[in-house]
Each structure stands twice: as C-alpha cells, then as structure tokens.
Design a protein. Structure first.
Length: 34
C-alpha cells in the first residue's frame, strides 16, 4: 500500500470501525438489559 492511497484505506477502515462500534453498542445494551 502506498501512502498516497492511504485516504481510501483509512476511509474504508473508518467505515468498518463505525460498524464495529454500532455492533458493540447493541451487544452492550442487550447484555445490560438481559
């Protein structure tokens, strides 16, 4: 991976991290309610 293409990779990683955060929040709420 070249540093010039880092913007695309970081954006893709940011989207993945965003999804993981949502999943973690949902799991945390469900675990807290149960």
């Amino acid at each position: 991976m070249k540093p010039k293409n880092r913007g695309y990779v970081s954006r893709k990683e940011a989207w993945l991290a965003y999804v993981l955060v949502i999943v973690a929040c949902v799991v945390g709420v469900v675990a807290w309610l149960w």
